[in-house]
Design a protein around this ligand. Structure first.
Ligand code: MTE
Ligand code: MOS
Length: 705
């Protein structure tokens, strides 16, 4: 078998036939339906909660019912399981109402009266006076570079909320079971959920079992959120002594669960002799009401703030601000897409200020193998960006079109743009080595079938198939002899969360090594267990989080995106004509799966730049809470999507594979906006999403049109 050759996905049949069991498919006999009582105020003290008379079998749980800590263990533990005295955003859970009939629960919920003492909410970064996290780091001597500069350019870029819009909303079932509690449902990270439930219940982790049900997409939106919901459902089920099921409707999911952080990124650049010699960068993220994952999202964001470029002198500051809005969390790219949009536009605008073609200008600055990274680490492996630019440029005639689309007249005008990005593969910094310490196992049964035992989840990215391929390939047995059951913390070791595009690269490699050992020891008809543990590759310069120094990542995945579009200058509407990308994720373990990942992620990246607009009104309420208001691109919106692979093998990954899943969502926004700028007549855009209304606004300001 050639590991790259595509096979039928192992979950294909069960998803096509409907056999796959999602959380909502479990029989509900004897189960209570739970609904969260949520704050209707963005910031308030809760003075009183008055319940209607509850019929037999209906129960309400709140902070007083939490047997352990009323804190959800995420990175820090400031998120309460249920509000304790104050509410910090519209939707902040105050309690949970449950009962045997769903409609009755819904009716009763509406009759609960909450008395608040309202406080003025803080809704924007500008108005916030609470900084959750504040990091700085530097490289070289920026003061000197600015003092010696020929030109200094300054600009600020903004990005908006982005909703994951996974097909399946958040949902979990909690079941009390003797002295234990079991929670199962839609989630990414079983061991994160276990830690959170144990903390809220005051249980040792071995009294908490977390099981994964087939999950209909997550995109980071089920990285931290299930920890919160699981703690709430577990507390409720424990109080009721019965299983409790909480599954959100689309509106509830869109309004009250995590999203991509809105950002404001300020860039100041020094240019000398046609080169950017220094950047002073100020990254600000709107974290929402609680810290959840903002700490780590911000870390990744500031590390990549100078893009794929070798900038000799850097001063970077990053802050995450508290606001009274829904806590923002992980979303494919994990803090990367915001600064990558900003730095790509910054480089493009500097080039235009200097009268040079943006692509040529960017090419001059691209980092090379051996160069020092933003944090004083090294690009240890080849940086194939320049070659990938040629691959994309050829596929879409980039340079010719860029030239041809200058000085257009007429109503419909075309534009083409290109952007460059990377994604640091795996956890940021020393997380993998110090915190996760991943363990993966293979169990061989007497019938010679082999079971993969990891905590990693297949949420659509094809992990069960790629894991099975790796193990089958190494053991030289057919794929159907590999068993991968849904992860269950009672059965699988903690191989870490399914995040940071780490699963194939890190856990896949542990499985490959385990398979090599199993093959060597193979005893026909016997039962055998092999285990592998993560070891950091020897070449890595240890990362120091205090100083932001060292290798933030063991390696990088690279991407070049181009977008061609046509704008109607009368209506402001934009039609994408084609989207092209070259992606280096190392060896693709299954070309179809990887290409599918690249296509889906590119669409999310273009949606982020264009039509995906979610606003917060003056009271702190999210507008655009349905998929008819919040529009995401479909295949009709992005025709001619061509995703190509460029394979730069990573020696520490299985067969040369490195992080794949997030990369395609990181960089496309810059290409889209560069194309918009050209189509609208060399305008400057510094915010996304950029909608038809924004186009009209710009066009009306341009006297030439
Ligand atoms: N693809 C699908 N179909 N569904 C998803 O939820 N999540 C993305 C990406 N691709 C996602 C997806 C995110 S956020 C991550 S971190 C990676 O998959 C995880 O991939 P891994 O298995 O390489 O760790
Ligand atoms: Mo992905 S945003 O790391 O779950």
């Amino acid at each position: 078998m050639n590991i790259k050759e595509s096979v039928i996905k192992s979950d294909h049949a069960m998803k096509i036939t409907g056999e796959a069991v999602y959380v909502a498919d479990h029989p509900t006999d004897g189960m209570l339906f739970g609904r969260l009582l949520r704050s209707s105020k963005a910031r308030a003290r809760v003075l009183d909660v008055r319940l209607p008379a509850l019929p037999d079998g209906y129960l309400y749980a709140d902070k007083n019912d939490v047997p352990g800590a009323n804190k959800v263990k995420i990175v820090l533990d400031d998120t309460p399981v249920f509000a304790d005295g104050t509410v910090e955003f519209i939707g902040d859970p105050i309690g949970l109402l449950m009962g045997p009939d769903e409609d009755t629960v819904n009716r009763l919920l509406e009759r609960i009266e909450v008395e608040y003492e309202g406080l003025p909410p803080v809704l924007s970064i500008e108005d916030s006076d609470t900084v959750f996290f504040d990091y700085t780091y530097a490289k070289g001597n920026t003061d000197k570079a600015f003092a010696e500069a020929d030109h200094i350019f300054e600009e600020e870029f903004r990005t908006g909320l982005q909703e994951h819009a996974y097909l399946e909303t958040n949902g979990l079932i909690a079941r009390p079971d003797g002295g234990r509690i079991t929670v199962h449902g839609s989630l990414q990270c079983p061991y994160y959920v276990q830690g959170a439930v144990a903390n809220a219940m005051g249980f040792e982790p071995d009294r908490v079992q977390i099981k994964y049900d087939t999950t209909g997409g997550a995109f980071g939106g089920k990285e931290d959120y299930p920890s919160i919901l699981a703690a709430q459902a577990a507390v409720a089920a424990y109080k009721a002594g019965k299983p409790v099921r909480v599954i959100f409707g689309r509106r509830e999911d869109m309004e009250f669960t995590s999203k991509r952080h809105p950002s404001k990124c300020g860039y100041k650049a020094a240019v000398k002799d046609g080169r950017v010699t220094a950047m002073d960068i100020d990254v600000k993220y709107n974290a929402g009401a609680y810290t959840t994952l903002s700490k780590v999202v911000l870390q990744r964001g500031i590390i990549c703030a100078c893009g794929v470029y070798n900038i000799q002198n850097l001063a970077v500051r990053g802050r995450a601000y508290k606001t009274n809005t829904v806590p923002n969390g992980a979303f494919r790219g994990f803090g990367g897409p915001q600064p990558f949009f900003a730095v790509e536009m910054m480089m493009s605008h500097i080039a235009r200020n200097l009268g040079v073609e943006p692509l040529a200008f960017k090419e001059r600055h691209v980092a090379a193998q051996g160069d020092v990274t933003s944090t004083g680490g090294r690009f240890h492996f080849p940086v194939p960006i320049l070659l990938m630019i040629e691959q994309v440029a050829k596929a879409c005639n980039f340079r010719e079109k860029r030239e041809a689309y200058k000085n257009q007249t007429g109503t419909r005008r075309k534009g083409i743009g290109m952007s460059l990005c990377y994604h640091g593969a795996g956890f940021t910094g020393a997380g993998e080595r110090d915190l996760i310490k991943a363990v993966a196992k293979l169990r061989k049964y007497p019938d010679n079938k082999v079971e993969v035992l990891t905590a990693n989840t297949d949420m659509g990215q094809g992990l069960n198939t790629t894991f099975a391929k790796i193990v089958a390939n190494e053991l030289k047995i057919p794929m159907h002899d590999i068993i991968i059951a849904n992860p269950d913390t009672d059965r699988v070791p903690d191989s870490g969360p399914t995040v940071a595009s780490r699963s194939i690269m890190v856990v896949g490699e542990l499985l490959r090594r385990a398979a090599v050992r199993l093959r060597e020891q193979w005893a026909d008809g016997g039962e055998q267990l092999v285990e592998e543990r993560f070891k950091e590759p020897g070449y890595v310069i240890p990362f120091d989080l205090e100083k932001f120094q060292g290798d933030a990542y063991p390696t990088y995945s690279w991407a070049v995106n181009a977008v061609e579009l046509e704008a109607d200058t009368l209506t402001g509407t934009v039609k994408v004509l084609g989207a092209y990308g070259s992606f280096d994720v190392g060896t693709p373990i299954d070309r179809n799966i990887v290409t599918g990942q690249m296509e889906g992620g590119t669409m999310q990246g273009i949606g982020f730049a264009s039509m995906e607009r979610m606003a917060v009104d003056g009271s702190g309420k999210i507008r655009g809470n349905s998929l008819s208001d919040y529009i995401i691109p479909t295949s009709l919106d992005i025709p001619n999507l061509q995703c190509m692979l460029y394979e730069e093998e990573y020696p520490e990954g299985p067969y040369g594979a490195k992080g794949a899943g997030e990369l395609p969502a990181v960089g496309a926004a810059g290409a889209y906006i560069e194309a918009i700028e050209q189509a609208l007549g060399d305008v400057r855009v510094n915010h996304i999403p950029f909608t038809a209304e924004d186009a009209i606004e710009i066009l009306h300001k341009e006297p030439s049109l």
